[in-house]
Design a protein around this ligand. Sequence first.
Ligand code: GLA
Length: 387
Amino acid sequence: MSEAVAGAVAERFTQLYGSEPEGVWAAPGRVNLIGEHTDYNDGFVMPFALPHTAVAAVSRREDGVLRLHSADIGADVVELRVADLAPQSDRSWTAYPSGVVWALREAGHEVTGADVHLASTVPSGAGLSSSAALEVVIALALNDLFSLGLRGWQLARLCQRAENVYVGAPVGIMDQTAAACCEAGHALFLDTRDLSQRQIPFDLAAEGMRLLVVDTQVKHSHSEGEYGKRRAGCEKGAALLGVDALRDVPYADLDAALERLGDEEEVRRLVRHVVTEDERVERVVALLESGDTRAIGPVLVEGHASLRDDFRISCPELDLVVDTALASGALGARMTGGGFGGSAIVLAEESDVPAITKSVEEAFAAAGFTAPRVFEAVPSAGARRVR
Ligand code: GLA
């Protein structure tokens, strides 16, 4: 994110509120390399940060007032009282920043109000965590301004609480942790049980490869209930197997576990996805750490098949990206994020990128789908103060 962007956001803040902001912060969207629907099963994930960010210019207030404005929505300044904030199952944009203020205050942190102006370049509804970017940028700004001393993973937990309880979306911890903790040039290997993490060097350009994000333009929504249903099914599986979370089913014991689930066909499929997906994350980490980057391609493809056939959260557009990219020489491809639309990722040799992009665009046109948005994703920085 450039100095010019930070300057423009600060300037708009000054126009709106009549004085300069105390600071400007940025938090990124993410793509997940591997480890899908494992985070609410205490499992492993491996996201990295996009260059696209939510940017917030913020000043403290001491009079209990929270004023919010978004460049992307274009509406008037919204004024709220921090003491009145309460969970509302509201998915309008103000619920994300106000939910974070609520979560901080509920955890005992003295946040006495703020003026906020937000602008985001993270595409919304594209499965790239625009909401988490919004939450984390506010949490980091308030952490700095009110000297709360919270670490990245602690901010992530509070943001997840804001989204679960205040906004009412039953998401896991991956997106908020990615926004808060990712580092440029790295993917984040995260154990969602205790939030222990390892930064894994992931510099594809240095090895002559590229990672494309293909936004299918099919808007996904966690609120539609399918996400919640998968989550409930996984919890049922854990209960039937007598474990705290599916993370506790060792890959080596998968067949025995599936047998024990008997004719619970739906639960069996969910369990099989989660247990194999955790194993795939570990395999990808091992391959990257041994320098065998190209070999992660087939693992990504396995992950897609598992999400499509066992977890059943893909859609024709995502499958078309994956099939077309692979047929045009991609090293690997899979859907990324919550599913039911959103984006896919494609791992490819640099020289194959133009042909793959063209094939995917042509395949979408031939199928009568809305044209996809294709861009290259370079692992970028996590949340930070930019001014
Ligand atoms: C969404 C959620 C995450 C995670 C993914 C699926 O992005 O916000 O917590 O569950 O779906 O991996």
